[in-house]
Design a protein around this ligand. Structure first.
Ligand code: ARG
Length: 574
């Protein structure tokens, strides 16, 4: 727990008229840091206390006396602003981090709770899309952040590996075996598109596809074997990508593994929730101003929503989850609203613990980047291009930026920088916002980018390396005279470091890795400002050097951990 915030909370609990108010939720970090380090927003309290917010703020401020870590308390425009006493806060923060090392920020708030994270979940027989990459990256970051807070995470890759489209592919395969001598997922998706095209003038093809899917659903061995080949090939391609970006899953059970589906559909029917509409089995959600949830087609084939309902029930039976989150594009909002509602109507109170963690599109110079329609963008090519471009940039950089003396492995560095750049681009903005895919911004070393953070981390590393060579103890220089760290940037850095643990908590609470990524950007920018104006190693002032080395050491722990939690591999050298 943040020591400063804790003291403010205690002070408020003991000395204000806020009994019964969840103070933690109204105590925030003011956007304008010149106002204070924490601010109590009195606006939402106004109603309950029947007073204007500025009056409440003044009242509270007048009752409180600064003490301990708190240097000043002032009311301003409906806020009570609290400011820390840096002389007291700094040594606490630095001591804590040097003692905890990479464990700083780790907590046990989630102990005993399971979080299911459904992420990536691409569709087989199609190349993985750029949207699935975004899901993979966001889901992976959330997995790591929640795990760091003590939750048990189960990462599920819910492959889209079932549905009538496989009836079409099997029908096509059986008629055109010679064309399938060697193939990849891009080929399969082209065949699928072409089949649909042909079916427009030859509707009997659809009948054939339905039959093939029916046979697949009844486990016909020939169809199962064809389907299995398509599936295995797709998974192999996906795993190339997962390996490149360093992501794994606990469970690969996709839609085909949902075996309780007929049971669940019967249960929904027995609860009197179903209707037949144009031959299809649906749950009417008119009363909730929502389009109907489709369970079965008129030919009896089960649908996506029905499988998700059955899968959710299966997940709850198996894991008794605290939360079950679905990291899926905002274009599926309706689908999640529908099936969550059906779970609720079925009487499952845990339906409220299912969360659609939605995210925006990836746009290539303003257009939707898509693997459908015409131009297919192959993800693996995009990732390899990021690595190659990074390599070029690293090799062409001015001398002073690169460490040519050390044995640096350019391949490995280019991979960490290139992949890190792509990952960071997906995580730097609020997830619901669309992402602009722009190579120049993604790979820029001085913008708000992955390479910029990597570069800051290597700066921290090389500073410590230099200090070590100069004979300083860089691993544990304590005790140091932290009172010497009195420059604005130093105080800001210590305050930011103090906020790291709650940054992780907030990222988790809001399912929002961007809270962490923006924190790291802020940390980098303050450090780089500090570095511009101050010398860390200065032999004529060893005490100051030691104090600054301890600060840099602390920064490096937090920076490295933050990057790792986002799925980015921090580098020692570039
Ligand atoms: N395979 C789906 C798609 O690509 C995403 C699945 C997301 N997860 C889920 N439980 N529906 O659109």
């Amino acid at each position: 727990m943040n020591v400063l915030k804790n003291e403010i909370l205690n002070l408020l609990k003991e000395n204000s008229s806020l009994a019964g108010v969840n103070i933690g939720s109204v105590l925030e970090r003011p956007p304008d840091r010149t106002k204070g380090d924490y601010a109590l927003a009195c606006f939402s309290l106004g109603k309950a206390l029947k007073q204007p917010p500025n009056k409440i703020a003044e009242e509270i401020a007048s009752r409180l006396k600064p003490s301990g870590l708190i240097a000043s308390i002032r009311a301003e425009g409906g806020y009570v602003n609290f400011r820390a006493d840096p002389v007291k806060l700094l040594p606490l923060v630095i001591k804590q981090i040097i003692a905890d090392k990479e464990k700083y920020g780790t907590s046990s708030v989630g102990e005993g709770k399971t979080i299911i994270i459904d992420y990536s979940s691409p569709n087989i027989a199609k190349p993985m899309g750029i949207g699935h990459l975004r899901s993979t990256v966001i889901g992976n970051a959330l997995y790591k952040i929640f795990s760091e807070l003590g939750y048990k995470c189960i990462g599920i890759n819910y492959l889209g590996d079932w549905g009538t489209q496989f009836g079409m592919l099997i029908a096509d395969y059986k008629e055109n075996k010679e064309k399938y001598s060697e193939f990849n997922s891009a080929f399969l998706s082209e065949r699928y598109v072409a089949f649909n095209e042909r079916a427009k003038t030859q509707p009997e093809l659809l009948e054939k596809a339905r039959e093939e899917f029916k046979k697949l659903e009844s486990m016909d061995s020939e169809n199962m074997e064809i389907w299995n080949r398509f599936r295995a090939l797709s998974i192999k391609e996906f795993q190339h990508i997962y390996k490149l970006i360093g992501v794994g899953f606990d469970d690969y059970s996709g839609e085909s593994a949902v075996t309780n589906i007929h049971e669940v559909i019967a249960l929904i029917e027995n609860k009197g929730l179903c209707e037949i509409s144009e031959g299809a089995l649906i749950v009417n959600l008119e009363g909730y101003k929502t389009l109907p949830c489709l369970l079965k087609k008129s030919d009896g084939a089960t649908l996506y929503a029905a499988r998700d309902i059955a899968a959710a029930i299966g997940r709850h039976d198996k894991y008794k989850f605290h939360k079950s989150i679905y990291v899926v594009g905002a274009d599926q909002k309706l689908h999640f609203r529908q099936f969550f509602k059906v779970l609720e109507l079925m009487g499952y109170d845990w339906a409220k613990d299912c969360v659609h963690v939605e995210f925006g599109l990836v746009r290539l110079s303003g257009e939707k980047m898509s693997t459908r329609q015409g131009k297919t963008i192959m993800l693996e090519e995009v990732l390899n291009e990021a690595i190659n471009k990074s390599k070029q940039i690293i090799e062409e950089r001015p001398k002073e930026l690169s460490d040519k003396t050390a044995s640096v492995n350019t391949e490995e560095i280019a991979k960490a920088v290139g992949i890190g750049a792509i990952i960071f681009n997906d995580l730097k903005n609020k997830r619901t916002r669309d992402v602009d895919f722009n190579w120049e911004h993604i790979l820029s070393f001085d913008g708000e980018s992955g390479p910029y953070l990597q570069y800051t981390h290597t700066r921290l590393a090389s500073l410590l390396e230099k200090a070590k060579h100069a004979g300083y103890n860089t691993e544990n220089s304590l005790p140091v005279k932290t009172e010497l760290l009195a420059a604005d940037e130093e105080i800001s850095l210590a305050k930011l470091l103090n906020e790291f643990p709650e940054t992780l908590e907030k990222s988790a609470e809001n399912y929002e890795p961007s809270i962490l990524s923006n924190y790291l950007l802020e940390l980098s920018s303050v450090f780089n400002r500090f570095y511009r104006f101050h010398k860390v190693i200065n032999d004529s002032d060893k005490d100051l050097s030691n104090a600054r080395i301890a600060l840099v050491r602390s920064l490096k722990y937090v920076m490295a951990k933050g990057l790792r939690l986002l799925g980015i591999n921090p580098l020692e050298k570039m």
